[in-house]
Design a protein. Structure first.
Length: 305
């Protein structure tokens, strides 16, 4: 492949994953403005508006986003992808941010590939490779170090942060596995799958909890919301989908490391998050372990977050 195109693909995926990490910082800023702003409200708003705008973008690009309704099976797969995949990835992630910070939420979500390995081992009888087992031990050791700050007799983060963080990691697995065959066949453009998945997920969350909180009508709220929608949703999803035309799934997976890095650096610079030596060591272990298993991919990467 032309080296210029490969460089373009790398730039796209690095920008996308960095923007996903930054979006957690805008979410934390929102939660700090008012207790009325909840992760549920933010997730509903982000999913619905993000889905609608991406459907419009798909139509402008010459796709046929409404063609999914001609195939009932495709419609149900995308619906399941939205509700079982995107809801935990989005809602649980923002809950972890709300209860903790963008750095720990992103690091916990980053271990999602190991839940994919577990699923493949249990339900598809595909035993993990030795490197995957070793990397899983290293990654969860890293999480344990972060959760205890290296002092193994107490938790340095709340159980709620760990719970929501691991739920979001499970969401990474379902988010990847559910649309896998559809994306591999290419019968539905990945942009359409993502767009409708976002919209379906948002509608379901709104139906479950239609009551809306009283959001402060101040510029900072709407600036943060617009940033999450544009910087954290529309731009990175578009760049991530487009980048796969120029780079392979393995390279994409390795560049995912920029998401926790950007979230952690941003948390330190903006919210003055103090990182202990144990936090840094644990984060490095998680990032290195996940990158190591992606050197030889065991699944087709599906964009998430």
């Amino acid at each position: 492949m032309n080296s210029n195109k490969k460089a373009l693909g790398l730039a796209m995926v690095i920008t996308a994953t960095t923007f996903w990490g930054i979006s957690g910082l805008f979410a934390k800023a929102l939660f700090n403005i008012s207790p009325a702003i909840t992760s549920l409200w933010l997730t509903q708003w982000r999913l619905i508006f993000g889905g609608v705008i991406m459907i419009i973008i798909s139509k402008l690009m010459g796709n046929h986003p409404f063609a999914i309704f001609h195939n009932l099976h495709d419609t149900w797969v995308i619906f399941a992808y939205g509700v079982i995949g995107l809801v935990p990835v989005q809602f649980a992630y923002f809950m972890a941010v709300q209860e903790g910070n963008a750095s720990i939420a992103t690091i916990l979500q980053f271990v999602g590939p190991f839940f994919i390995i577990a699923y493949l081992a249990v339900f598809r009888h595909e035993p993990p490779r030795r490197i995957e087992i070793i990397c899983a031990i290293i990654a969860f050791l890293g999480v344990f170090i972060i959760a205890t700050h290296g002092r193994f007799n107490h938790l340095a983060v709340t159980p709620a942060v760990l719970f929501w963080g691991f739920i979001s990691a499970v969401g990474v697995a379902t988010n990847t596995l559910i649309p896998q065959k559809m994306l591999q066949t290419g019968r539905v453009p990945s942009l359409d799958v993502t767009a409708w998945g976002l919209l379906f997920a948002g509608i379901v969350l709104l139906a479950i909890h239609p009551q809306q909180p009283s959001i402060p009508n101040v510029p900072s709220v709407w600036i943060d919301c617009a940033s999450i929608l544009i910087i954290g949703t529309i731009i990175p999803f578009y760049l991530a989908n487009t980048s796969l035309k120029y780079i392979d799934a393995t390279t994409f997976s390795l560049m995912d490391a920029f998401e926790p890095l950007s979230a952690t650096i941003g948390s330190v610079l903006i919210f003055h998050l103090y990182l202990t030596g144990a936090d840094i060591l644990g984060s490095i272990l998680v990032i290195v372990a996940v990158c190591a298993i992606n050197i030889r991919p065991y699944y087709k990467k599906s964009t998430n977050n």
